[in-house]
Design a protein around this ligand. Structure first.
Ligand code: FAD
Length: 451
């Protein structure tokens, strides 16, 4: 009689990168340099079958599962300790059906992948404004981008998804099938399984005017008045997106308003509002293609240290904006730290057909302190600054929660729950209980199965 040794379920996966593998350290690098985590295994998956095999192996080995899409989670959700990481890095294929205005993309695609393929047909889906971030995490948490005024949040445009669930089944979330799962995926994050294919409704793109216009921090009040006027008079023209930062030349606070006029309207009244009788430090507005706009913010390298925290606000007034400008001038605002303000406008204020789990669209602004620095010696200073700015925002918070996609590493369960509100939370818990009762997918803005 021969006794066959049974291979360990993870070691049996041909592509598994285990801790003794020469590529392990490169594969576990986190976008956020404050994290140094060691997963039990990282499993690159090129097909849905690979994902099914990885999920089944993790279950057989009793390991929880993390999902790596584009790898940009600031909270480090895609690289936890002691879990099996399903890495979708090889799954970046994109196809377009221009007649039906639908785009399909693999679960590990980046915005650079989908933007290039969709825009070749004059089409796009609202996406992140950094091309190297992943469509996966961004879509599943909401998605704020240039096209929000005319097409809503990214998740509002998700019309179908192929998902590998916790028991290794492959299900399709769609309006005529598991519509409740589709609703949950529109903002509820990576709680319900591994999305192997995203299908988006695409929007035709008109020629655009856009670019950065920079004002001194001392002009904050008039800038805010003009932008509020712009939102009322031209709600579908441009995503109001502003960074309060230190100006490189002087070190003084400045406000950069990134403009992208996306609705094909006459840009003259908008440009007049932004330029007339306001002190301007620099003005880079001009004709832009959608791909130019998507490249405007450049990239941020992996390895910088990050702590981001904020709130969706009911409103933003002069006093609060003035205090935010002062906070950027404060000595604790170090490195590349800045405050990001994103207006919720136009189609972003409307629920898509079938609804969405995303729970913050009644807010006027999403405001976040982005602590970004290099040296571990500055951790306490930079984290303290971001927390103080978030506390400053709290009295104006719509729900008490921030943008789940900008969560810091120590995000509280209370803030996650607040981001959805009681009714949406109950619905999300019901979907979670049905598809992942053991909370195997727990490295995310977690909808704990027991509520
Ligand atoms: C430089 C930078 C710029 C950003 N710009 C924007 C922006 O313009 N607009 C905006 O809305 N947000 C933006 N974000 C936030 C962004 O939405 C989140 O960081 C998001 O998590 C990135 O997705 P990812 O796939 O790269 O992340 P990952 O770290 O790979 O994934 C994060 C989590 O998402 C889930 N997930 C990812 N892919 C899948 C999948 N296929 N199936 C199931 N679960 C999955 C998992 O829970 C995973 O742990 C930005 C972030 C950074 C760092």
């Amino acid at each position: 009689m021969t006794i066959e040794s049974t291979p360990h379920p993870i070691a049996a996966l041909a592509s598994a990168i285990l801790p003794d593998h020469p590529e392990y350290d490169a594969a576990r690098i986190s976008f956020n340099g404050i994290l140094d985590r060691r997963p039990a295994a990282i499993v690159p998956c090129a097909t849905t079958d690979d994902v099914v095999a990885a999920v089944r192996a993790a279950r057989a080995a009793g390991l929880p599962i993390a999902v790596r899409g584009g790898g940009h989670s600031v909270a480090g959700h895609c690289i936890p300790d002691d879990a099996l990481v399903v890495s979708l890095t090889p799954m970046r294929g994109v196809t377009v059906d221009p007649e039906r205005r639908l785009g399909h993309a693999g679960g590990g695609a980046l915005w650079d992948d989908v933007d290039a393929a969709f825009f070749a047909h004059g089409l796009a889906v609202p996406g992140g404004t950094f091309g190297d971030t992943g469509i996966g995490g961004l879509t599943l948490g909401g998605g704020i981008g240039w096209l929000m005024p005319i097409a809503g949040f990214t998740c509002d445009n998700l019309v179908e998804a192929e998902v590998v669930t916790a028991d290794g089944s492959v299900v399709v979330a769609e309006p005529d099938g598991d519509s409740e799962l589709l609703w949950a995926l529109r903002g509820g994050g990576g709680n319900f399984g591994v999305v192997t294919r995203f299908t988006y409704r695409l929007t035709p793109i008109a020629p655009m005017i856009g670019g950065p216009i920079v004002y001194p921090g001392s002009a904050a009040s008039v800038v805010l008045d003009r932008i509020e006027q712009l939102i009322v008079e031209h709600p579908t023209a441009t995503l109001p997106t502003m960074g309060i930062h230190r100006e490189e030349a002087t070190g003084e606070p400045a406000i950069t308003f990134l403009v992208g006029i996306v609705d094909g309207s006459d840009p003259a009244p908008v440009l007049d509002l932004l330029r007339r009788d306001i002190p301007v430090l620099s003005d880079g507005l001009g004709p832009q293609s959608y791909l130019d706009l998507q490249a405007l913010s450049g990239t941020l390298p992996f390895g910088l240290r990050h702590y981001w925290k904020g709130h969706f606000l009911r409103s933003l007034d002069h006093d609060l904006l003035g205090r935010l400008v002062a906070a950027v001038g404060d000595a604790d605002s170090i490195g590349q730290s800045f405050i990001l303000l994103e207006g919720i406008v136009g189609a972003g204020r409307e629920e898509p057909p079938g609804g969405a789990a995303f729970g913050q669209r009644a807010a006027r602004w999403n405001v976040s302190a982005l602590g970004i620095w290099e040296s571990p010696e500055d951790d306490a200073t930079a984290v303290g600054w971001a927390r103080r700015v978030a506390a400053m925002l709290e009295p104006a918070s719509l729900t008490g929660g921030g943008y789940v996609n900008y969560s810091p590493v120590d995000e509280s369960a209370e803030r996650v729950r607040a981001a959805y509100g009681a009714d949406r939370w109950e619905r999300l818990v019901a979907v979670k209980r049905r598809l992942d009762p053991d909370n195997v997918f727990r490295f995310n803005h977690n909808i704990a199965a027991l509520g």
